[in-house]
Design a protein around this ligand. Structure first.
Ligand code: F6R
Length: 241
């Protein structure tokens, strides 16, 4: 696992360039995508690059990490809505090639099909991640087994509080989500994680200075052969210099 400490703009540029290179080298590549604030700058740069004909998503397939249970894809806080609004509606991708796990009628049994679909497509070439203030990746909260596949999760109170900013009140934040598991994520050939802002500093310190443990889900990335953690100066502020 490599750590790169850069300013936020540079992080977005480096990660967007990595996506563009990956797609240009393999036009039918499989991308693993995340929602939340962390990838927004990268998505904006990808939209710009597509409009300038520097990259085309015509043959690209995407799989998103997670979705809230109970929210239909048209709900403005669903992750399907987020992806359409922030990326898919503005690039030349075929929406039939974009997958976000369904938040409706999902069981642990049907959730496993998601891993099979990814495998059938050839596996994820490049996965982008954010990190929760409690060290979660996707919605794998502390305590999630390291060998977990896609499954239904109960969201931590801290995660619901963090995400309440997107809803009218915390009561509206769903209590459950469907999420790719830690083992599902680890199958990606290459992983990049973006951690920005002071709220991520404690988790980044624990990641850099601690061992691999299910109490800090992000720490599993230490076992990945090609994972890079992009940290801005605020998120890196608790690291020993
Ligand atoms: C989103 C996801 C989450 C977020 C994390 C950080 O699909 O899987 O793990 O990446 O909660 O969220 P932001 O980026 O909003 O700080």
């Amino acid at each position: 696992m490599e750590i790169k400490i850069l300013d936020t703009q540079k992080i977005d540029e480096e990660v967007a360039n990595l996506f563009i290179e990956t797609i240009n080298n393999k036009p039918n590549c499989i991308l693993g995508l995340a929602t939340g604030s962390s990838p927004l700058g990268v998505y904006a740069l990808l939209v710009k690059a597509c409009k300038e004909n520097k990259v085309s998503f015509k043959q690209v397939k995407t799989f998103n990490l997670d979705e809230y249970v109970g929210l239909d894809g048209n709900h403005n806080q669903s992750y399907r809505y987020f992806m359409n609004h922030n990326l898919f509606d503005h690039i030349d991708i075929d929406k039939n090639n974009t997958r976000v796990p369904s938040g409706l009628n999902m069981t642990n049994e049907t959730a496993k099909q998601y891993d099979k679909e990814i495998e059938k497509a050839g596996g994820i070439d490049l996965q982008i991640l954010g990190i929760g203030s409690n060290g979660h990746i996707a919605f794998n909260e502390p305590g999630t087994p390291l060998d977990s596949l896609t499954h239904i999760v109960t969201l931590d109170e801290s995660t619901r509080k963090d995400n309440a900013r997107f809803f009218n009140s915390i009561d509206e934040v769903p209590t459950h989500a469907v999420s790719m598991g830690l083992a599902s994520i680890m199958k990606a050939k290459k992983i990049v994680l973006i951690a920005t802002g002071p709220k991520k500093a404690k988790a980044i310190k624990a990641l850099v200075e601690g061992d691999v443990t299910s109490s800090l889900p992000v720490s599993v990335l230490k076992n990945h052969p090609d994972a890079t953690i992009y940290v801005d100066f605020e998120a890196a502020s608790l690291l020993n210099k």
